[in-house]
Structures are given as C-alpha cells and as structure tokens.
Design a protein around this ligand. Structure first.
Ligand code: SAH
Ligand code: DHB
Ligand code: MG
Length: 217
C-alpha cells in the first residue's frame, strides 16, 4: 500500500532509530499482542504534542503494550507522570515490562481494570491532567470524553485515536457498536461549551483513520 510506503519514507527520515521503541515492538509481537498500537509517525506526533504542551501529568486510556505510553514518556520532564489504563491483565503485564526496560518505571503507572471502574479512582485522588489520550474501546468513547473533561483543567489537551475508522464515521446506518460509539463521541463535541476541538483524517501504516484534538476551555 502506497500509504505505508510513504509512512516508511517519513519514518526513515524524521524518526531517529530508538532501541527502546524497537524492542517494545519486538516484545509485543513475541507476546502475541495485536498490532494496533499507534504508528511511529503517530507516536512521534504524540511526543511532539506532549512537549508542546509542556505536559507533566498525562492520562492514557488504553495501554496495550505501552508503545504510545513510552513515546509520551520520552517527552516528559524527569518528574513527569503518566497514568495509563488497561483492561487486559496480560497486556498490562507486558506493558509494565516494556516500560521498566525503557527506563520509565518511575514515570508511568499502569492501572489494570476497566477504565470506567478506574477513572473514578483518579478523580477521588483529585488528579488533573495536562494531556489525555483516549485510545481504548470505541464503544465507551462518549464516557471517556466526559471523564476526560472531569479530569481536566482549562488548557488540557485531549486527543482521541481512531475517530475516522476508514470513513465509517460518515455511515449513519452503521450497526457497528464501535462506529456508533465514535459517532456519539463526535456528537458530544458539537457546540460543546467545555472544549474547542477538531478532527484530522490520516492515512499511513495504520490505514485510513484519524485523531480528534481539543483544548479544554
Ligand atoms: N495506546 C496503545 C494502543 C491501545 S489499543 C498504543 O498506541 O500503543 C486499545 C487498548 O484498550 C487495548 O489494549 C485494550 O485491551 C484496551 N481496552 C479495551 N477496553 C478497555 C476498557 N474498558 N478499559 C481499559 N482498557 C481497555
Ligand atoms: C483497534 C483499536 C485501536 O486503538 C486502533 O488504533 C486500531 C484498532 C481495534 O480495537 O481493533
Ligand atoms: Mg488506537
């Protein structure tokens, strides 16, 4: 696919080889973790946005093997912290190993459980985040947006992956619960007084998809 070749072209030129991130991809493959992490170019975008924001406290919903977590961890100050939420204990175990081997054990905390059960605990701890990356089960994206807003300050950057799904978002008669979740998520953003947002379509190694990005008012 042309998109993948161009992504490789960009990766070869703009994304320096990083032994930790290569190792994460190898370990995930060996552990049988599905290849649904962000691509290197997307990981680099998350890294750049984390830097641009000067984020110190990051929340990620959907850890998988920790690939995107490690990209963002690389952009944090020494004392920065990522809380990353993962439902699957086997994935969380691999993620913890990857995070330790990459040297971010003190910066990244993997919280195991359904995000809708663990998000309230973050609120109870009165945590607030500078950047929130939503990338878990698409059915719950509307709930994740509401939680993200509750765990934000004015200026918090909220990013969501997979909001285009090969253009399926445009299919009003879709019966796919994941697509319906994303559609409800997008509907919540319409004239939302709490967030100023856009969505960007992307093509590349991960096919045709896109990100939502917004700043909390
Ligand atoms: N952000 C990762 C990819 C995440 S894939 C990366 O780019 O490297 C989506 C992840 O969300 C999967 O690991 C899946 O197990 C997890 N997930 C699915 N449902 C969830 C839920 N209810 N709560 C928390 N995590 C969930
Ligand atoms: C899936 C999840 C993702 O976060 C992604 O980027 C691609 C696919 C999935 O659940 O199929
Ligand atoms: Mg994703």
């Amino acid at each position: 696919m042309y998109w993948t070749l161009v992504d490789e072209y960009i990766t070869d030129r703009l994304i320096p080889f990083d032994a930790s991130l290569e190792q994460v991809q190898k370990t995930n493959k060996q552990a049988g973790i599905p290849d649904i992490n962000v691509s290197p170019t997307q990981g680099k975008l998350l890294y750049l946005l984390t830097k641009l924001k000067g984020a110190r406290n990051v929340l990620e919903i959907g850890t998988l093997g920790g690939y995107s977590s490690i990209w963002m961890a690389q952009a944090l100050p020494e004392t920065g912290k990522i809380y990353t939420l993962e439902f699957n204990p086997a994935y969380a175990k691999v993620a913890k190993q990857n995070i330790r081997e990459a040297g971010y054990e003190n910066n990244v905390e993997v919280i195991v459980g359904k995000a809708l059960d663990t998000l309230p605990k973050l609120k109870e701890k009165k945590l607030v985040f500078d950047l929130i990356f939503i990338d878990a089960d698409k059915e719950n994206y509307p709930h994740y947006l509401n939680w993200a807003l509750k765990l934000s300050n004015p200026g918090t950057l909220i990013i969501a992956d997979n909001v285009i799904r090969n253009g399926e978002i445009f299919n009003e008669t879709s019966t796919d619960e994941r697509v319906k979740g994303i559609q409800q998520f997008m509907d919540l953003l319409v004239n939302n007084p709490d967030i100023d947002s856009t969505a960007i379509q992307t093509v590349g190694a991960k096919g045709y998809d896109g990100f939502m990005m917004g700043i909390v008012k």
